[in-house]
Design a protein. Structure first.
Length: 253
């Protein structure tokens, strides 16, 4: 491993001894160059000479490969909160339903679910024990009215890593959705959405992916896409977005 080449990828190393602190990572040189290239294209040719949409599809395919998903199961979001909110606001809830989570989640994975309380949805918190979250406590909290378990792949304060494969297998056996905030692990630990039986996944890019803030990824397992009601609808949501005069309300797959 050529450490000097790696250090050159991160200009911040010229001025700082930068260590991971579970917050905002330094943007990599190639990410900064990609953003600059995009702005130069926008200012110089107004996209007339670019291939923005094709490039976006290429990145979508890379994201899918990163989490072992299909390209049509992933999309972009502005941050983790937006991705989790797509699930919280997109699922159909009934009064008496409950959600299981932990008492040590980052706030992004708490407030979207707490906002469902006025609709009669209970948020159950499994308490941390000696810096760990015992899976058996989560299992004990799941009952016949549990619709979803939402948890971080790695806890932001303790660094505790959840056994997602075991949790996903249990949730699947109980017919419960598994939603995971993977922002603290994506890019550092392997995330396999299929093997881990993850139904919904969200992450911003500004941690281990070393991307700018304001761009993230969102995953929905193919079989469940019909369960989410779109909460923000625009012209690019439709099957034929460039057929501007055809007002055919038909969502893209």
């Amino acid at each position: 491993m050529d450490w000097q080449t790696l250090r050159e990828e991160f200009p911040i190393t010229r001025n700082y001894n930068f260590q991971n602190h579970a917050a905002v990572a330094p943007v990599s040189r190639r990410s900064a160059q990609a953003a600059c290239s995009y702005l130069e294209q926008a200012s110089g040719s107004a996209y007339l000479e670019g291939h923005f949409y094709r490039h976006a599809d290429h990145v979508r395919a890379q994201i899918a490969q990163l989490i072992n998903a299909n390209p049509d199961e992933v999309t972009f979001c502005k941050n983790t909160s937006e991705g989790l909110s797509l699930v919280a606001n997109g699922l159909s809830w009934n009064s008496g339903d409950n959600i299981v989570t932990t008492n040590v989640e980052f706030a992004a994975n708490m407030y979207p679910w707490m906002a469902l309380r006025p609709r009669g949805v209970q948020v159950r918190m499994v308490f941390e024990e000696d810096g760990r979250i015992p899976l058996e406590r989560i299992f004990e909290s799941i009952d016949s009215r549990t619709r979803l378990v939402t948890i971080s792949s790695v806890q932001f304060a303790s660094g505790f890593r959840t056994d997602l494969a075991t949790l996903g297998e249990y949730c699947q056996s109980k017919g419960v959705f598994l939603c995971v905030d993977v922002i603290q692990s994506l890019g550092a630990f392997p995330i396999d959405a299929k093997a881990m039986n993850i139904d919904f996944l969200a992450a911003d890019g500004h941690k281990w992916l070393c991307a700018p803030e304001g761009i993230g990824i969102f995953f929905v397992r193919k079989e469940l896409q019909g369960h989410l009601r779109p909460t923000s609808i625009g012209w690019m949501s439709m099957k034929e977005p460039f057929n501007f005069n055809r007002y055919q309300f038909e969502f893209a797959d």
